[in-house]
Design a binder for this molecule. Structure first.
Ligand SMILES: [Zn+2]
Length: 163
């Protein structure tokens, strides 16, 4: 597998493990539970472990658009609704999730490390350059590892080669 680059700080945040993600509605601080690996939209993404596809999920709410929203907000919400992730459970029972890919695998498929599992989806139209962001988000895939009900740092756990 080729070495990957981790998303550094851009106008929308940093892709580092435990980078700040602001606060929730109750004012609790939110931290990045994974690591962002730079890619290009429409490029192939691969599995980072051997295992079984145990979920093809949605990172964002599937709720319908509110009719009172602007057209721009509705379009953005629809684009977020289309984003997907693939979860592979490895032989230790650890869930490895790769976000923002159009899946090319199906539930219960067995995969090997390095197998293509999807095509990178385009985040730059959802997080573009605008009045408060100098640049669009750096195109990336988000990877996270869940052991029990906690997250672990994925680069070390999965032994991902980074530049
Ligand atoms: Zn991320």
């Amino acid at each position: 597998m080729t070495a990957r680059k981790i998303r550094g700080q851009d106008s929308w945040g940093s892709g580092a493990w435990q980078a700040s993600r602001g606060e929730d509605d109750e004012g609790n601080k939110i931290y990045h539970n994974g690591v962002d690996l730079i890619n290009k939209p429409l490029n192939s993404e691969v599995a980072f472990c051997d295992g079984e596809v145990t979920k093809i999920g949605y990172p964002y709410s599937q709720s319908p658009c509110n009719p009172s929203w602007s057209d721009e907000k509705k379009t953005k919400h629809r684009r977020k609704r289309n984003l997907r992730y693939v979860q592979i459970t490895d032989f230790q029972g650890v869930k490895v999730r790769l976000f923002y890919i159009a899946p090319s695998v199906a539930l219960h498929d067995r995969v090997k490390k390095g197998d293509p599992i999807g095509i990178a989806q385009d985040l730059t139209k959802i997080y573009p350059a605008d009045k408060t962001h100098k640049t669009a988000i750096t195109p990336h895939a988000h990877i996270e590892c869940i052991i029990g009900d906690g997250f672990v740092e994925p680069i070390e756990y999965l032994n991902i080669e980074v530049e």
